[in-house]
Write a protein that binds this ligand. Sequence first.
Ligand SMILES: [Mg+2]
Length: 377
Amino acid sequence: MSVARVTEPVPTAEAATNPATAPITAIRTRVVSARYRRPFKISSGISTDLVSLVVEIETADGTVGVGETSPMTAYTGETLAGVTAAIEEHLAPALIGHDPLDRAGAHLQMDAVLRGQHVAKAGLDIALYDLAGRLSGWPVHTLLGGKVRDRVQTAWVVGLGTLDEMAAEAAEYADRGFRHLKVKGGKDPAQDLELVRAVRAALPADAEICLDANEGYDATTALPMLTKMTEAGLSLLEQPLPRWDLAGLVRLRERLDVRLMVDESMHSLQDALEIVRRGAADVLNIKILKVGGLHRALQIANVAEAAGLAVKIGSMPELGVATLAAVHLAAAVPGATVPADLVGPMLVTEEPLAPSVFGEANGWVDVPTRPGLGHDV
Ligand SMILES: [Mg+2]
């Protein structure tokens, strides 16, 4: 993979600068990958390796911040080659010469030169937070406002499989300490009803079940099955309908006695506001990579707080650096009360970026207190 090292600053007349801070001088990317313990399957396909992009931002005094991003192409519409090109050809030149502590200004610069491309922007945003933490000596959660919890409760995510395989995996991880089991579905609501019943029967009474249908149902045919799933003990229903069908989500929400969470419907601050206005959800699934970084994710969490919605900090297939960004966010957002989906590092045989943070999978992650993100890169 090519390396971006751009040294010509782009003039930024409007950008505020802190004279005490050495400017950004170089931005580099490199691909890392790790093998899944078992192939990971959701409704859009199957993967054997988790492939991710590490993003490094260096300042004139030699300080380096490390970020990570990873496109889940079927979900975000971005590709690894596209993300790399967006960073190297458009976003890095816009940030060279920029004050590394000015994260809001960095987003304005990035948005001015390239529309969308949230996955690419998130990699740079995460690196900027790590860099600001290293420069200030503060952990990232302090930069986000401070931590309201010392450890983050996490969900286990069970990929698609046979009913028996999925129920057995849910039970295994409940034994390890997980109290929130998210199972993937969305192909057939009748089959998912059987899944919810099988998983419910396999779990202790205090463990919750979330079903993520990944947009797989339509409002009319799914309703009777969803009513039965609720009666069978489903606690949280994630994105049952296509991302654009907010009216359908409103109708389901009126008719179902289960909390409804949006994921694919919410990729931006503006999406979050529209969901709130329409009353289309009880919970927002905020994924740092899909919304363009921690800066945007925190803004969305604030909208959720103002509207009285709970938050799940979610993740895409991503390794330790991006997952750590999510840990700090989950620690800093009071309304992040739904256990976070931070399983990427636990799905692979050997986590290459933060092995000291993500060890045993037991349903909890301690919030690191080292400066920056606290990874091992
Ligand atoms: Mg989801």
